[in-house]
Design a protein around this ligand. Sequence first.
Ligand SMILES: [Zn+2]
Length: 431
Amino acid sequence: MHENGEFLAADLLAELQQTAWELQREHVNASPFYKTLWQGNSAPMRLSDLPELPLCSKSDLRLSQAAHPPFGDYLNTPRAQVTRLHRTSGTTGQAMNLALSARDCAMTEAVAGRCQHSAGLGREDTVVHCLNYQMWMGGLTDHMGLERTGAMVIPFGVGNTELLIRTILEVGVTAISCTPSYPAVIARVLAERFDGVKPRDLGLKLGLFGGEPGLDDMALRDRIRAEWGLEPRNANYGVSDVFCNFAAQCADDTRLHFMASDVLYPELIDPESDQPLDIRPGQTGELVLTHLERDCQPLVRFRTGDIITIDETEPCDCGRTGFRFRVVGRNDDMVVVRGLNLFPTMVASVLAAIPALSGDYRIMLDQPPPHDVLPVSAELAQGVEPSEALVNQIEAALKKSLGASARVSLLAHGSLAVTQGKTRRVMRTYQ
Ligand SMILES: [Zn+2]
């Protein structure tokens, strides 16, 4: 790992990556998991030859953990070297056990610190961290990443919003780290239980958001700025099996910067054909990642399931050299309507521009594909009554932006549950 890994010039970086890989390669060649996955082949010496190897998927990891509990046979160190265990929630399948050595923890926290610092957090700040600490990586490990910026960090976690509000008011908190949907919860509690206290009165200056892709929507950012007087920043994009936070925006550019090039090797593939794609501006594909330095559960050509679009590959004005990108969706959230690949984020940006809506929505698929229309349930803004005219307006706006027809139904304000983790927007209710 390099001290300034996010600022390295391309030629120096390539050299560093190759050197790291030569060590890591020996580490993964010794793994029984990869011996099976690669059918007895070993990893290539040159990093650029990596596409010779098969891809590794989440279901490979699940099967490995089921057969070799708790960590799977891709645990590549003695048990005694594991110093931290995280678990994923398991809401969409079997819970995964994540093992980290002391060195893995230090590296994970350093990369997360780069992200939070890029998003504007520094030693003058007091930040309250409101993600779930219960085993989840977004809790303790993200907390440690916040500390790496030099800021003072309050380990709040989730729930008890009233106590959170009192804490912010009493301690002089300047920044909040949470999901982009959480400020709406705080605003609701303020309105119900803190007579006359407005979101602005909390004095927050910086919002460090992560866990959901909502911030690509500039209208949501404008709304948060206007209501809270704080600067919303995309500070936290990660994949828990790989690195909990390895991409964030900077003050100059709202797009995510890839921050871990010295320790994480990125590839892009076509999600249908699995063929490699160039990382160049305008390219869309599934992000595939390889650890260049990892002790416990090293991953090689791991399919993240995230579909991203590369926007820039030249260094940013901020000096960081990683490519800049947007997450356009999940492989499994893609809904094909009359041949068009649609992602929930596309729907979100249309709905957010309509003031009569809260911005929250679900795509309710009650029958199997093929789909002729996109069924969208959109939540109304507070105090707005449903009307046929509004339905027509939304359907027209979706048609114009997506090119596909939508069938819109309206939901009363507050009828969609606000969650503090990742919200699933696409619901499949058919058998
Ligand atoms: Zn930048």
